[in-house]
Design a protein around this ligand. Structure first.
Ligand code: UD1
Ligand code: CA
Length: 454
């Protein structure tokens, strides 16, 4: 019996978030709470994923539509057992079933696999955790030998039960026939008149099933998110965990408390990250890279020995080895910076290739341009790529010198070894080796008298 059906509960409103957004659409490390759960489950082999939606179901389903899940609606949120009941028609015979909560986002694959193992051994698996402050969680009631007897929700617990520090994480596993037999037996006779999935534990025990206690590898796996304070605390502890992974792989971080990874970060080693950098989407780093403070790197590839100086933004771009970017540079999507090139302060580059060894060091906008190797683009040079309706390209060959404060009106080409005088407005292409001067002639007026004060 190797089939696995995973049920993810995501129908609740998340009242305690005080938000117009459903709770599972709130983000942790740049991904929705539900995305975290689904992408972990995607790694379970031979697995069907059933997501129970309800509150703002359309929004939740639309956001996760590309994921390979079956969405099942729970039209009224009558409790976690009622939510699981909605999944029963989609649970396959002879499968191992794992129940996960959309608001417990960081359960790991290895923990899920341990749960499945317990089911294969004929037991039921329950993921529990020790908490100094168990407030808000269901408490695990055990007998004298320490075996699990039942779960009692906080609102129904006696003062003595409230002292129990072993809590229910919500994650449990059993075989499909047990689930199908036991869920319909759950009643709503509790303080909140909800159908509590937690009642299944007592039913299992009364049916002679042993409940195996499984513990997480790390505490962040079992943190539930019910309000924004818990969300922000989980964000920090998850970031600390990601920062540790990054450091243990052989990289340095100036301050792991000021490091943010919102997506996948592939890395070599001996990279150095200064404070307050954000890595978003899919970022790939080579080796020996230095990234200064306050940089935002999004969906980009950074090759070996690159230096990105303070306050730079690199979005959907590639920076080749040995290049220097920043401080205060902005690389927009589609930019390629060649080997050993330099891009300095207040430079914005979009959909542009900069050849190797070129310099764009100050106050420049380059858009829709192709720049050859060893070109020098002076301070204040601008490609006028937009005529109000269409975008046009600028081509600059190798070893071209573009003087300061030049406007290049695209479409235009500056051939190899050409030279543009400072302050020019260039509207026609320049051939190889030519000098282009496109500025008003200077007049020096002799005998000029300044205006007098009246
Ligand atoms: C639940 C557990 C509690 C556990 C805690 C762990 C129950 C009764 N209680 O409490 O023992 O310690 O999680 O985080 O299970 N949901 C639905 N439909 C519903 C109700 C809830 O889909 O009708 C979903 C919610 O969207 C959420 C999850 O189930 O993702 C848990 O619901 P929530 O109300 O947050 O339960 P807790 O009070 O946290
Ligand atoms: Ca919860």
């Amino acid at each position: 019996m190797n089939k696995v059906d995973v049920v993810v509960l995501a129908a609740g409103k998340g009242t305690r978030m005080n938000s117009s957004l459903p709770k599972v659409l709130h983000k942790l490390a740049g991904r929705t709470l539900l995305q975290h759960v689904i992408s972990t489950v995607n790694c379970v082999s031979d697995c069907r994923i059933i997501v129970i939606t309800g509150h703002q179901a359309e929004a939740v389903e639309k956001f996760h539509a590309q994921r390979n899940c079956i969405f099942v609606r729970q039209s009224e949120q009558l409790g976690t057992a009622h939510a699981v009941a909605m999944s029963l028609p989609y649970i396959r015979d002879l499968s191992n079933v794992v129940i996960l909560y959309g608001d417990v986002p960081l359960v790991s694959l290895s923990t899920i696999e341990k749960m499945i193992e317990a089911v294969k051994e004929g037991q039921m698996g329950l993921l529990t955790a020790e908490k100094h402050n168990p407030s808000g969680y269901g408490r695990i009631v055990s007998n004298e030998e320490g075996s699990i007897e039942s779960i009692v929700e906080q609102s129904d617990a006696t003062p003595n039960q409230l002292k129990i520090t072993e809590v229910n994480t919500g994650v449990m596993a059993m075989n499909s026939s047990q689930l199908k037999n036991w869920v319909p037996q759950i009643r709503n006779s509790n303080k909140k008149n909800e159908y509590y999935l937690t009642d299944i534990i007592e039913i299992a025990r009364l049916n002679g099933c042993f409940i195996k206690r499984i513990q997480p590898n790390s505490n962040i796996e079992v943190e539930g998110v019910n309000n924004r304070e818990q969300l922000s605390r989980l964000e920090r502890s998850y970031q600390k965990y990601l920062a540790n992974e990054f450091m243990l792989a052989g990289n340095s971080i100036a301050d792991p408390d000021r490091f943010d990874q919102r997506g996948k970060l592939k890395t070599g080693f001996d990279n150095y990250i200064d404070v307050n950098c954000i890595f978003e989407g899919e970022v790939q780093l080579g080796n020996n890279i230095s990234i200064g403070p306050n940089c935002h790197i999004i969906n980009s590839i950074i090759d070996d020995c690159v230096e990105i100086k303070a306050n730079s933004i690199v979005d959907s771009s590639r920076i080749k080895s040995g290049a220097i970017v920043g401080p205060f540079a902005r690389l927009r999507p589609g930019t390629l910076i060649g080997e050993g090139s330099s891009v300095g302060n207040f430079v914005e580059i979009k959909k542009t290739t900069v050849g190797h060894g070129s310099k764009v060091n100050h106050l420049t906008y380059l858009g829709d341009a192709k720049i050859g190797p060893r070109a020098n683009i002076g301070a204040g040079a601008i490609t006028c790529n937009y005529d109000g309706s269409k975008k046009h390209e600028t081509t600059i060959g190798e070893n071209v010198f573009v003087g300061s404060n030049t406007t290049l009106v695209a479409p235009i080409a500056l051939s190899d070894n050409s030279f543009v005088a400072a302050g020019s407005t260039v509207t026609t292409s320049v051939a190889q080796g030519q000098l282009a001067v496109g500025r008003a002639q200077q007049r020096n007026v002799t005998g000029w008298k300044p205006p007098k004060n009246s």
